[in-house]
Design a protein around this ligand. Structure first.
Ligand code: IMP
Ligand code: MG
Length: 177
């Protein structure tokens, strides 16, 4: 199935049902791994809101949710400069933090977020990302513990991910062609 967003053509890559199945499994893993803690889910806006919305419903242990907002992308290219739009809204000192990302591409955004979180002296930090593009990652992140899907180095849209601000509402994930 093909769709057009802002004059760019995309084709179906991951169906919602497949995404949901994967999220259920990640949820089970998180419930086990954090059974004895009260983790803080730190969503990275804008992209992660759909993923976190579905993931949090699979979590059955006491937990908190908070958000930060950063930006680096213009159109389908990363500018490489990461800016804080909304900073941390709570102390993460001695907390077990799970950073929730929609996608890790070059890793520059994640690097920036990790620095922000580490400076708060949390008890632990792990990363849970729906998508990762291993071929474009510029460094290794031992913190990445939970990954939905590894995808090739292609631009994707839908399920929270945007192209020029559009397409976040799409239920499935599409790749640019
Ligand atoms: P990075 O800093 O290069 O890792 O880029 C990470 C951020 O860029 C993500 O949080 C997304 O907001 C955005 N991004 C990276 N790849 C894509 C994509 O394929 N589609 C939409 N947004 C993307
Ligand atoms: Mg993002």
């Amino acid at each position: 199935m093909r769709i057009e967003i802002d004059e760019k053509v995309f084709e179906l890559m991951l169906e919602y049902e497949q995404i949901k199945k994967r999220i259920r499994l990640i949820g089970i893993q998180l419930n086990v791994d954090y059974e004895k803690q009260i983790p803080v889910f730190l969503g990275v806006l804008n992209g992660s809101f759909v993923f976190l919305g579905d993931l949090i419903k699979e979590i059955d242990i006491p937990s908190e949710v908070t958000f930060v907002k950063v930006s680096s992308y213009e159109g389908d290219k990363s500018t490489g400069r990461v800016k804080t739009e909304i900073g941390l809204q709570m102390s993460l000192k001695n907390r077990d933090v799970i950073i929730i990302e929609d996608i890790v591409d070059s890793g520059k955004t994640l690097d920036f977020i990790l620095n922000m979180v580490q400076s708060e002296q949390p008890a632990s930090v792990k990363v849970c990302t729906l998508l990762v593009k291993p071929q474009s990652l510029q460094k290794e992140f031992p913190e990445i513990e939970y990954v939905g899907f590894e995808i090739p180095d292609e631009f994707v849209v839908g399920y929270g991910l945007d192209y020029n601000g559009l397409g976040r509402n799409l239920k499935d994930i599409y790749r640019a062609i």
